[in-house]
Each structure stands twice: as C-alpha cells, then as structure tokens.
Design a protein around this ligand. Structure first.
Ligand code: MGD
Ligand code: MGD
Ligand code: SF4
Ligand code: MO
Length: 757
C-alpha cells in the first residue's frame, strides 16, 4: 500500500486512509502521512487496480489545509456588506445571532423568506449542506431553487429521449469502441471519474480513433485526439443535425434499430431534410453556422455511422448554453439513428450516469413507502413546498430525474428573485440567505447583480473555510473545517463503482467546526431535537449507508479508506432494453427512445420542440448585439481549481495564470500581446486580467475559466477575473444554464492599469 513511503520519516509517522472530496469530477484516494498531528505528505492509491489516483489538486491539498487564509474564528460583519470587514466573536455569540435571526425572519415573514443556498464545496454524504438542509427543514422549511448548473440541459435531454439519466457506460467499456467522439469534453482536466484518462489512452493504444469537437484545443485534445474539430460555440446542434442529414441521405441509418426501439423518426427526418421548413439541414447549411467545413461534417458522419461500435460522449459544456437542451437532444438522437445504443463500445450520450454510488434509486434496497406519483404533487421533506405540484413546464410525468420539482426559482435567477420577489412573479419575498459550501456570488451568473441582491437582504449567514467573495457579504461568518479534519464518505462522479471513506487525519484547525457540529449546536437554540446530529460522524455514515446493497462491509471500507466494487462485466446502458425490449421497455411514456418526445409535444413550448432542432437566441453570434460585442465567451472549468475552491493554493497558481484565451486573429487587430492586461466586458460587467494569446482557441471566441474570485475595484472593474461578472442569468425553458452564451468585447486595459492586481 505504501511502497513510496520515504525511509527517513521514522516510526512516529502514521498513515491515515482518507480521500479528496471536492466537486471536480473525481473523488480520490489520499493517504495522509501524519506526524505529531500534522500532515507532512500526501500520496494516493498505490493499491490494486483499478487505482483511484488523486490529481494535482488533491495532491496539493496540504497548502489548502494549512493556508494562512483559512477562516479561524466566527466573525460578525462590521463594515458594509461585501467590504470584508469583520470582528471576531465567540461561537456562542455567533450561533445566538444566527438562531435569533432565523426565528425573527420566520415570525415576521414565514419560512418562505429564508433562502437556502447549498453549494458543491464538499461532495461527501455527511458534511457540507446535507445536515444544514435537514435542520432548516425541521425548522419549518425554506425556499430553494431548482436546476444544477453542471448538467441541467443534459439532464432534460436525457429524460426526454430515454426517460432516465442512466445512459452511461463504465469507463472500461471504452476499450470496446472503434471510434470515440469527445464532444465538448475535456476529461484530462475535468476528470469525470479518475479512470477516464487512462481508459481513453488505452482505447487509443488498442486502435480506436479519437475525434474532439471543441472550440478549444484542450489538454484532452492534445493528449488523446487524432483529430481536432473546432466549432463555433452554441452551434453543435446544427452540426449534429447535419450529420443526421448525411446519415439519412446516404442510407446509413440503422433502420432495424429505428423500427424496433424508437418513435418519431419520420418527423425528425422531415425536419432534417427540410420538408418542414424548406431548409434542408445539409452539411453546407451547417458549415455557415458552425464554421466546420462541410467535408469534415460528412466524413465524421460517415465514420460515426460506419465504424460501429462508436461512442459519442456529449460533454456538458456545450449544454451550459442558452437552449443547450437542443445540443444534448441532437446528440442522443444521433446515437439512436446509428444504433450505437445498448452495445459494448457504443454510447447513448444523454446524462451519462453509469454506476453511481451517489444515486439513491437502484442501489437501495426497495422501500415501498418511497413510491411517488409525480402528477399528484410531490411530498416534500421541506414544509414550504409540501404538496406543491411539480413545475407545469417540467417533464413531470417521468420519474428518475430531478427536472420535475416543486421549486419555482431557477438557480440562475436567484439574484433576480431576491431583488424582485413576489412582484416579479417569484413564489416568495426573500429576506435572508443561509449559505453553506457555496461561493454563489462567484459561481452563479451575473455577479454584479448578485452583489446588489445580497446587499438587499436583511440577514446572511455563511458556513465557509475561506474569505470568498460570497463570505465577504455575510453578517455572521462561521469557520468550517475541511475533509481532512472529520469523517465522511465520498461517492464518486458518474461512472465508477467505488466509495472513498475519508478517515479523519488531523484535528480541526483553529476554532473551525464541521457543518454537522454547527447544526448540532444550533438545533437546541431553534427548539429542534438534536436527534442523530448528536451521533459521531462514523455512526451517522453507517446509518446513511445501511440501505445500500453494494456496501456489505462498512468496517472494511472504513479501515481500507476505499471500497472498490467488482463488476463482472463493463456497464453498458440499455443493454436489457435492447436485448429484450418486450420485457424491458425504455422508461419513457411510449416505452421507446423518443426521437419525437410525447411529453414535449404535449407541453407545446415553442423553445422546446418535440424533436431536437437548431435554434438561435438573443445572445447568439448572429444577433444585432454581436456588432457591439463580437466575441463569444466560454467559461470553462480550470485545471488548477475545483470551481472557485483551491483558488488560494500557491502550488496550483504556479501552474497556470488566470488569463483570457484569445486567438491571434482577434488579438492583433486590438494590439494585444501575450501577457498584456486586457479588459473583457459587456453590459453586465468588466473584468481585467492578462491575455493568453493562443491558437488553442478558435477566432471569434474567448475563454475565461470560471472560478477565479470576483474582486471589484473602486470603479467596479473585476480585477479577479470572475467569469460570472460577464455571464447572463436567464435559464433555458428546459433548465439549461446560459454560462457559455455571453457576447463580449475585448480591449487593452487603460494605461496605468497594467500593474494593478
Ligand atoms: N479541474 C476541474 N475539474 C472539474 C471541475 C472543476 O471546476 N475543475 N468541475 C466539475 C464539475 S462540477 C462539472 S459539472 C464538470 C464540468 O465538465 P464540463 O462541462 O465537461 O467542463 P467544461 O470545461 O465547462 O466544458 C468542457 C468542454 O466543452 C467545451 N465547450 C464549451 N462550449 C462548447 C460548445 O459550444 N461546443 C463544443 N463542442 N464545446 C464547447 C469547452 O471548451 C471545454 O473544453 O467538471 C467537473 N470537473
Ligand atoms: N461561468 C460559469 N459558472 C459556473 C460554471 C461554469 O461552467 N461557468 N460551472 C458551474 C458548476 S458546474 C458548478 S457545480 C458550480 C459550483 O459552484 P459552487 O457550488 O459555489 O462551488 P465552489 O465555487 O467550489 O464553492 C464551494 C465553496 O464551498 C467551500 N467548502 C468546501 N468544503 C466545504 C465544507 O465542507 N463546508 C462548507 N461549509 N464549505 C465548504 C469552499 O471553500 C468554496 O468556497 O459553479 C457553476 N458556475
Ligand atoms: S480534485 Fe478531484 S480529481 Fe483531484 S484529487 Fe480531488 S477528488 Fe480527485
Ligand atoms: Mo458542476
């Protein structure tokens, strides 16, 4: 297990089996070498294969744990909101103040005035927002939002097409593919399960061809791809539909598959061939829109239909767009046209969950009390929503996804909801925010409006580890420990069958407490029985996992720090539906793959057609606003952070500068050279960071990795380079977040500002 342990560490070094639990597409094994109560070294999984090896961020974790910037004590605001001026107070004072405000707000306005903002900071089963959410439910509930920025477009498409989010294969199955399309997918940086990169490399060694479709020449393109196809952002649906045109007109459709397993092909074919709107969706049509040469589209379509089994992996980035649902739907339908579904080496696109230890459904022992009829209002543990009907414009007749919810505020509209309340059509007038493990000001669209919204509330409490841009707006700021200082279980991302058990490696630093401990102390102040909050971490985890069928030996998992579940063969989504469709219908309304979706037809919404279509929107490249703001902004996930977490880790900062990716064709006319400080701006805001002039991004597109900290200067210019200073905050009707749909202009920063930072 610890072959790499240096000899000179001496016998007083103990090794604690723990892990990394941030929201980065991983969840990995870490072995902490602890000497005199301090971690002196972190290594990863050197055990049996498959190894769950940590990335650069996990391995740099000591610099986060021991950062001088950690929040050390509870604090109360003394300056203006957002100014970051606080005074130290005791835990008793802090918790009294939080509970008094909760009670005051509830008494004056009712529970719906409390907005709970849980974030992705900790992905364990126990810590982070899990227990605070339970506490607030017992307090009478709260207003919550719906929609997850990660994948809401993909989730919607997955449900509409397949009726489920379990559309992925385990990574070992990539070795069965002859062709793999990395569509808007950069797992070399974003991980998407620790085994992904190795599996892609092995598939390539075995002879698979890998093609990447991405406006950027990413680290994944550089490492794995045989071909890079740059595409204009937000136009992927057009390319996928044109590929369908080639496949249909050249007789490459898997007709037997279409007839047996799908519905609505004829309607889609009519749209693709232009019978519906006089516009045949030819490769030439798509070339004008996508900037991908027609010949490249034709070749890729032929290869994808001809080289079966082929895996079209449709990443979530291109769906984090206005009308991103259409891209995800077009991808899933292309998989169906070619019959690449349900067979080893194929792939169904969609949401792409394979095995997930996060899932609460198929891995649990059956409990009849949990059956829910979605059309009848959703029984909720949150009294504010009890009995509320699901959103009428959701896929409420389908079970198994989270698209149907009784929450009414989409996460991207949170600031608008705070500012406009019931008068703006929202379900509540919000008066306080309870923020846990979330850097929401930084991570939700339109940060300047977010700052305005947070200033308007009566009370804000934040559980945090660092003085983030959001924490600066707290009235009471509670210091939280990290996953090295408590116990938790980390279920992985989408495709891998394992659990990481995080044993506590060191004591809580300074006066920090876990989110659970905070709730334990708040409960009596709020008149709530402490119940299981009083149990030790390990006992609660044992209770939480007791219904899981795949955890048979909790104690062994705890002592090893990991439970790797052996699967007899790779997971292939829809294998059963394809093998025996009579016995195993697809969980859609029709029981088939819905190329033409019944639920959507009934919904009759002009922006969510029942078949996938290429649609424009008000901030697309071809609208009048593009004259003023001619560049399309991407806000991708950075390799040196997990969102905004790990922002203050010096080792990681050395690896990459937070800069604006810009092509020389866009930089030169603006007189911009590599390293120059430049402004990126639109009507929502302005950021000022260095230029990264590179041909790794296509002309007309700029990229600012999301997660850098929002830092407005005296003139309101964000010199931290937060992508969300520029992003728009209107969701798609299906719920997709529009973070990659902002138009911007770029210019050299004014003279004298070059050195500012
Ligand atoms: N290091 C690191 N890893 C992470 C995270 C992190 O913050 N840091 N976050 C994790 C989380 S929570 C999530 S949800 C996932 C997100 O994972 P993804 O959504 O896959 O990540 P992104 O980097 O946003 O986008 C992936 C790729 O899509 C490309 N792209 C963007 N727009 C378009 C488009 O219109 N068309 C095409 N074809 N490509 C486009 C981008 O250039 C990028 O290379 O990553 C997880 N992994
Ligand atoms: N423009 C743009 N914006 C995006 C995206 C994008 O692609 N583009 N991606 C979006 C996506 S996919 C996601 S998932 C979101 C993520 O957005 P958030 O959920 O806000 O995630 P983080 O930015 O990582 O912030 C998490 C915070 O939790 C804190 N934290 C860590 N562990 C704990 C803990 O145990 N307890 C407590 N109380 N705090 C803890 C960290 O210090 C950190 O400040 O961002 C979204 N924002
Ligand atoms: S940041 Fe993610 S991929 Fe990296 S070690 Fe941590 S959990 Fe694993
Ligand atoms: Mo995410």
């Amino acid at each position: 297990m610890n072959q790499l342990q240096p000899k000179d560490l001496g016998s007083e070094v103990s090794i604690v089996n723990t892990g990394c639990c941030h929201d980065c597409g991983g969840r990995c094994v870490l072995r902490a070498h602890v000497k005199e109560g301090k971690i002196i070294r972190l290594e990863s999984d050197n055990g049996p294969k498959p190894q769950i090896r940590a990335c650069l961020r996990g391995r740099a974790y000591r610099q986060r744990l021991y950062s001088p910037d950690r929040l050390k004590y509870p604090m109360r605001r003394i300056g203006e909101r957002g100014q970051g001026k606080f005074e130290r107070i005791t835990w008793d004072e802090a918790l009294d103040e939080v509970s008094e405000n909760l009670k005051r707000i509830r008494a004056s306005y009712g529970n719906s005035a409390i907005l709970f903002l849980p974030g992705a900071g900790n992905q364990g089963m126990l810590h982070g927002p899990v227990v605070p959410g339970m506490l607030l439910q017992q307090f009478g509930g709260f207003t919550r939002f719906w929609g997850i920025p990660s994948y809401e477009g993909a989730l919607f498409a997955s449900m509409a097409t397949y009726g489920t989010i379990r559309t992925g294969h385990s990574r070992d199955d990539l070795l069965n593919s002859r062709l793999i399309l990395l569509w808007g997918w950069n797992p070399a940086n974003t991980i998407w399960d620790p085994e992904t990169s190795l599996s892609l490399a092995r598939a390539r060694e075995k002879g698979a061809r890998l093609v990447a479709v991405d406006p950027r020449y990413t680290d994944s393109v550089a490492t794995f791809a045989d071909q890079w196809i740059p595409i204009r952002p937000g136009t992927d649906a057009a390319m996928l539909i044109a590929m369908a045109y080639v496949i249909i007109t050249e007789g490459l459709v898997d007709q037997a598959f279409i007839e047996k397993y799908t519905q609505g092909f004829d309607h889609y074919r009519d749209y693709v061939l232009g019978k519906e709107d006089e516009e045949p969706k030819t490769p030439q049509w798509a070339e004008t829109i996508t900037k991908v040469p027609a010949k490249v589209i034709i070749d890729l379509a032929r290869a994808y239909a001809g080289q079966k089994p082929a895996a079209l992996i449709a990443g979530w980035g291109p769906a984090r767009m206005a009308l991103g649902e259409q891209y995800s739907r077009s991808a899933a339908v292309l998989c169906a046209l070619t019959g690449n579904i349900g067979l080893p080496g194929g792939y169904a696109a969609g949401f792409m969950r394979a095995y997930s230890s996060r899932e609460t459904g198929h891995l649990l022992k059956k409990d009849p009390n949990l059956q829910v009829d979605k059309s009848q209002g959703i029984p909720s543990a949150n009294p504010v929503e009890d009995g509320a009907k699901p959103r009428p414009d959701s896929l409420y007749k389908l079970s198994g996804g989270t698209n149907a919810t009784s929450a009414r505020i989409h996460q991207s509209q949170i600031w608008d909801a705070i500012l406009r309340g019931k008068a703006g059509g929202y379900p509540a007038d919000l008066k306080m925010a309870y923020i846990v493990a979330s850097n929401c000001l930084n991570q939700y669209p339109n940060a300047n409006r977010g700052a305005q919204a947070l200033k308007s509330l009566e009370f804000i409490v934040v559980h945090e580890q660092f003085m983030t841009p959001t924490a600066r707006f707290a009235d009471v700021l509670l210091p939280v420990n990290t996953f090295m200082e408590r116990e938790d279980i980390a279920p992985p991302w989408l495709g891998s069958p394992y659990y990481i058990y995080l044993n506590k490696a060191v004591d809580s630093m300074y006066e920090s407490k876990s989110d659970l401990e905070i709730c334990r102390e708040l409960a009596p102040r709020l008149g709530i029985p402490q119940g299981f909050f009083n149990l030790p971490d390990g006992e609660i985890l044992r209770m939480f996992t007791s219904r899981r069928r795949d955890i048979t030996d909790f104690d062994a998992m705890k002592s090893e720090g990991v439970l790797k579940i052996h699967l007899p063969e790779p997971i292939v989504a829809f294998k059963d539906q394809i093998t025996d469709p009579q016995k195993n219908p697809f969980p859609t309304l029709s029981g088939k793959i819905e190329i033409d979706c019944d639920h959507l037809r009934e919904m009759n919404h002009p922006r969510i057609p029942s078949i996938p279509k290429y649609l424009g929107h008000s901030e697309h490249y071809d609208v009048p606003l593009a004259k003023k703001y001619p560049l399309q902004l991407l806000t991708t996930h950075s390799k040196i952070r997990t969102h905004s977490t790990l922002e203050r880790v010096p080792w990681l900062k050395e690896l990459e500068v937070q800069g604006v990716w810009i092509n020389p064709a866009d930089a030169e006319p603006r007189n911009i050279q590599k390293g120059d400080r430049i402004d990126v701006f639109n009507d929502r805001g302005r950021i000022r960071i260095p230029a990264y002039v590179t041909e790794r991004i296509m002309p007309g597109v700029v990229n600012v990795c999301q997660g850098a900290w929002y830092t407005p200067d005296n003139e309101g210019v964000d010199i931290g380079g937060c992508a969300n200073t520029l992003t728009r905050d209107e969701p798609s009707p299906g719920g997709a977040f529009p973070m990659n749909s902002a138009l911007v202009q770029v210019e050299l920063s004014p003279p004298g500002k070059e050195e500012e930072k």
